[in-house]
Design a protein. Structure first.
Ligand SMILES: Nc1ncnc2c1ncn2[C@@H]1O[C@H](COP(=O)(O)OP(=O)(O)OP(=O)(O)O)[C@@H](O)[C@H]1O
Ligand SMILES: [Mg+2]
Length: 321
């Protein structure tokens, strides 16, 4: 498709430029022709030029025609070649974006297939024979968990599909991070209690106001708290919030499985998961989305982690003055 667009653009621009240059040379030729008028006189008699004084004007016209024809023939080859090169350069980013999009679509459909096939298998097994209400309840419960995971995945995919549209997510609201994080933590208390984990918000400074988008920041903290709980089997998750001169600093520390040093850079890539985390459900999208959200808020995200000890994710956002 890109190749076809490139051919079409080359043809279009080449035709325009060639028509332009050809009309120009025809104009020059016609003008000279009428300017010299009487072919029997020499160029000197008409123009008073020293250089052409001996040259009859019809030879001047003939020479001019030959030169113009030569230039036009060179342009006939040069213009399409130059246009081909230029359109190639211009379409390069489009081609790259298209490749990324195709990769994303194939990764996304692959990720969607796994929970769907688990869901189907569970239902098929349940339907094979008559079962007790308790057995049905078990299947429904586990199907619901799959559906919950699927909806998180779909929400994340939806976010990524709109990632480039600044209009749908303007970064213009005044947001008190202390309020937002406290509310998110309250939302995750139930999940933490189910795993017998302590979810602690350290007493922190208030008035950590930044300019941002509430919907995106909620997604950011949801993804980070979800990871902290998911990859911790015992201990606690502690959230600290500080104010530096220019920034709001939020750190989420867990006592979980940790991330090997050589993998710490990759965890922000789309669809990346460490081998250590495979026993937990996930698609490898949460942190790549988190990083994008931090970046649109002009912030930074860093990770510190030790295998078997735990992980700290630190966020820095410029404060509003
Ligand atoms: N707090 C953490 N402790 C240990 N490993 C982590 C932690 N946070 C992230 N990781 C590692 O980084 C990987 C990428 O995280 P990310 O949140 O992007 O994906 P996910 O949790 O696997 O899936 P998703 O968030 O899309 O449901 C995880 O698979 C895990 O290996
Ligand atoms: Mg995650």
């Amino acid at each position: 498709m890109i190749r076809r667009a490139r051919i079409r653009l080359t043809l279009f621009y080449s035709t325009i430029f060639l028509l332009l240059f050809w009309s120009l040379s025809f104009g020059i030729y016609a003008w000279m022709n009428s300017f010299l008028g009487d072919r029997s006189k020499t160029f000197f008699e008409i123009t008073n030029s020293q250089f052409y004084q001996e040259m009859p004007s019809d030879i001047v016209i003939d020479n001019l025609r030959t030169i113009l024809l030569l230039i036009d023939t060179i342009l006939l080859i040069a213009i399409p070649a130059i246009t081909w090169l230029l359109t190639g350069n211009a379409l390069n980013p489009v081609q790259k974006a298209r490749k990324r999009e195709q990769q994303f679509l194939s990764d996304a459909s692959h990720e969607l297939r796994t929970p769907l096939s688990i869901l189907r298998a569970e239902m098929e097994v349940a339907l094979k024979k008559k079962r007790s209400p308790a057995e049905y309840q078990k299947v429904i419960q586990s199907s619901k968990e799959e559906v919950d995971d699927l909806s998180t995945l779909v929400e994340n995919l939806l976010y990524l599909s709109r990632e480039n549209s600044k209009h749908s997510n303007p970064i213009t609201e005044q947001i008190d991070l202390t309020e937002l994080v406290t509310e998110r933590i309250a939302n995750f208390q139930h999940k933490a209690r189910q795993k017998k984990l302590q979810l602690i918000l350290q007493p922190s400074e208030t008035n950590l106001v930044i300019q941002g988008n509430l919907h995106l920041l909620k997604r950011l903290y949801t993804n980070l708290l979800d990871n902290a709980i998911k990859y911790t089997s015992e201990g606690s998750i502690t959230i600290t919030m500080k104010k530096t001169k220019e920034h709001a600093q939020i750190a989420i520390t867990d006592t979980g499985i940790g991330i090997p040093e050589e993998k710490q850079e990759k965890i922000f890539d789309r669809f990346y998961r460490t081998d250590e985390s495979r026993s937990e459900q996930g698609y490898g999208l949460g942190l790549s989305i988190a990083k994008q959200i931090v970046q649109v808020h002009h912030g930074t995200v860093t990770v510190e982690s030790r295998v078997g000890k735990g992980t700290t994710i630190t966020l820095l956002f410029p404060l509003m003055h």
